[in-house]
Ligand binder design. Structure first.
Ligand SMILES: [Fe+2]
Length: 215
């Protein structure tokens, strides 16, 4: 079966009541979908992987169970192995090879999403108005949010398929958009209908010409 976003959202919200975990899922989804479109990949599928990568964290909050014990649940729910394998690969302790673009992107977006959130925590207005240049500056400060793996964040834009210039800026905006979507969806009647996905593709921040000097 090819999973749909509604199915992924339904599973996520059935296992996850925490607002911060739902917001994180949407932030990672927004940025992963951005890359799917950039690479001409299956945006819906990549988005489902992102939505579900931490779906079991609430019921399995320790690394001896998360995310590996979530895999049988996803299998039972009918999600394909490709999705399950990609979702599991974000966990460093499982030491699975990140041998596809999707796995690399998921890991980097997961890390960056957490990092952008951490940047917001030290600002009076949170992530509202947070500029990518501030995020990039903080990435260069090893002591800030030290647990975030900078190498993996940067790896997304190196290797065989370098990304267009300005991509890291766009990614920062995508994380914020995901969080904004979450904000606007809080208080929806059932809380289970999926908030709209991030549709804006070219953000004002993402202009290869304007950002021609560096990522
Ligand atoms: Fe995550």
């Amino acid at each position: 079966m090819r999973p749909t976003r509604d199915q992924a959202w339904e599973t996520l919200t059935r296992y996850t009541a925490s607002e911060s975990l739902r917001r994180h899922a949407l932030a990672v989804e927004a940025s992963v979908r951005f890359y799917a479109r950039l690479y001409g990949e299956d945006e819906e599928f990549w988005g489902c992987v992102a939505l579900l990568h931490d779906f079991d964290y609430e019921i399995h909050p320790t690394l001896d169970k998360h995310p590996q014990d979530g895999a049988p649940i996803l299998r039972e729910e009918g999600f394909p192995e490709e999705l399950i394998e990609a979702a599991l690969s974000h966990a460093e302790h499982l030491e699975m090879p990140r041998d596809t673009q999707l796995k690399k992107v998921l890991f980097a977006c997961d890390e960056l999403s957490g990092f952008v959130h951490a940047c917001g925590l030290v600002r009076p207005t949170g992530i509202d108005g947070l500029e990518p240049k501030s995020v990039k500056k903080k990435l260069k400060q090893p002591s800030f949010a030290a647990a975030v793996n900078r190498d993996e964040v940067y790896r997304i834009r190196t290797g065989k398929n370098p990304l267009p210039r300005g991509t890291l800026d766009a990614l920062c905006w995508k994380v914020q958009e995901g969080c904004a979507i979450f904000k606007s969806s809080v208080g929806s009647p059932s809380g289970t209908s999926a908030p709209r996905p991030c549709m804006a593709w070219w953000t004002t921040a993402f202009s290869p010409r304007r950002n021609s000097r560096r990522l």
